[in-house]
Design a protein around this ligand. Structure first.
Ligand code: HEC
Ligand code: HEC
Length: 297
């Protein structure tokens, strides 16, 4: 008898598994450790994540939340060609882009228990998504845009003076007037939004439109989508006008051109910086770069 054709994959009906579904046994132990590493990154891996910011501070709900560049499903989309690197990169390198840029840290060795555990977690989080078919949760490859802000995004507005007032009223109570975040007595952390312990200038969050979209969809925490689109653009402009760690080698991004308009630094391929903000030098600069893999011949 001919086996029945498998049902077509239905992304809308798919759900990332819940933490309670992590299996027992050695694989489950690895997945659980990967979850701990992405949730408590600075405590677990201080040499690689020296800041006041962890993976799941941006990839909310353990990487499941659709409005936050979900990690769920990512395992089925790699390796892929990334225009920013100008190369085909695997998931370990993609994780390391977030270590070096979003955490302003250093790349985790591919051949380490910790990288294997993070990949085990990401694979488990993508359970059931067919590999290589290009399925993307809403917001994959970046946050979904602000729906009624589409027209505003065309001109990437944002007034940092107005944003300062939004910040003082709606953000400073948690993130601090100095943007440095905090650690509560209970151990809970609020991540840093600028300064030496926040994301680096080469992170997607340093781009005006990406930051505004993240903020509009998710912040203030507990009151998502309560800002007007204009307030989200204004406060993103204010946050990203502050100094943050440099990303050495950033001028080599988008080597074939095609950089988004809001990339805040100049590129060798000919892009002019969008509202360049001051950067803080990185110690051992060479160790903060993920080498671009060679092209397939
Ligand atoms: C009630 C406290 C609270 C308020 C108010 C709040 N945040 Fe957050 N914010 C957090 C926490 C906690 C996280 C990390 C979330 C997590 O780990 O689940 C976060 C994450 C972030 C991130 C991503 C991580 C990072 O460090 O870049 C940004 C950006 C951000 N907030 C910006 C803002 C802005 C802008 C406002 C004001 C419009 C705001 N937040 C208001 C608590 C808050
Ligand atoms: C400052 C916020 C921030 C932090 C912290 C962060 N990321 Fe990301 N990450 C992003 C954004 C934004 C994207 C999507 C980039 C884009 O716009 O294309 C992304 C993309 C990714 C992707 C690719 C998703 C896909 O579908 O292509 C993976 C995997 C990932 N991050 C893993 C991690 C891991 C692991 C960590 C911790 C070591 C981490 N991220 C920390 C913001 C962050």
């Amino acid at each position: 008898a001919t086996p029945a054709a498998p049902a077509a994959f239905d992304l809308a009906a798919w759900r990332a598994p819940a933490d309670a579904e992590i299996p027992a046994g050695p694989l489950g132990a690895s997945v659980r450790r990967g979850l701990a590493l992405v949730r408590d990154t600075p405590d677990s891996l201080p040499a690689y994540a020296p800041g006041q910011i962890a993976c799941t501070n941006c990839h909310l709900d353990g990487g499941r939340a659709p409005g936050t560049a979900p990690m769920a499903g990512a395992f089925a989309r790699y390796p892929k060609h990334m225009a920013r690197s100008g190369a085909v990169v695997g998931l370990a390198d993609r994780v390391n882009y977030c270590f070096t840029r979003s955490l302003a840290g250093r790349p985790l060795p591919h051949a380490s228990r910790e990288m294997e555990d993070i990949l085990a977690y990401l694979a488990w989080l993508s359970r059931g998504v067919p590999v290589g078919e290009g399925h993307r949760l809403p917001g994959a490859d970046g946050q979904p845009p602000i729906p009624d802000g589409a027209a505003l995004a065309q001109s990437l507005p944002g007034d940092s003076a107005r944003g300062a007032a939004v910040y003082a009223a709606q953000c400073a109570s948690c993130h601090g007037a100095d943007g440095a975040g905090r650690v509560y007595e209970t151990g809970g952390r609020v991540p840093a939004l600028w300064g030496a312990r926040s994301y680096a200038v080469g992170a997607s969050m340093a781009r005006q439109e990406r930051a505004a979209a993240f903020i509009w969809h998710n912040m203030p925490l507990g009151r998502p989508r309560s800002l007007t689109p204009e307030q989200a653009y204004d406060v993103a402009a204010y946050v990203n006008a502050h100094p943050r760690p440099d990303s050495p080698g950033k001028a080599d991004d988008w080597p074939a051109g095609g950089a988004p308009k809001d990339v805040p630094y100049a590129l060798a391929s000919g892009h002019a910086a969008f509202r360049a903000a001051p950067v803080l030098p990185r110690a051992r600069a060479r160790e903060t770069i993920v080498p671009v893999p060679a092209r397939a011949p």
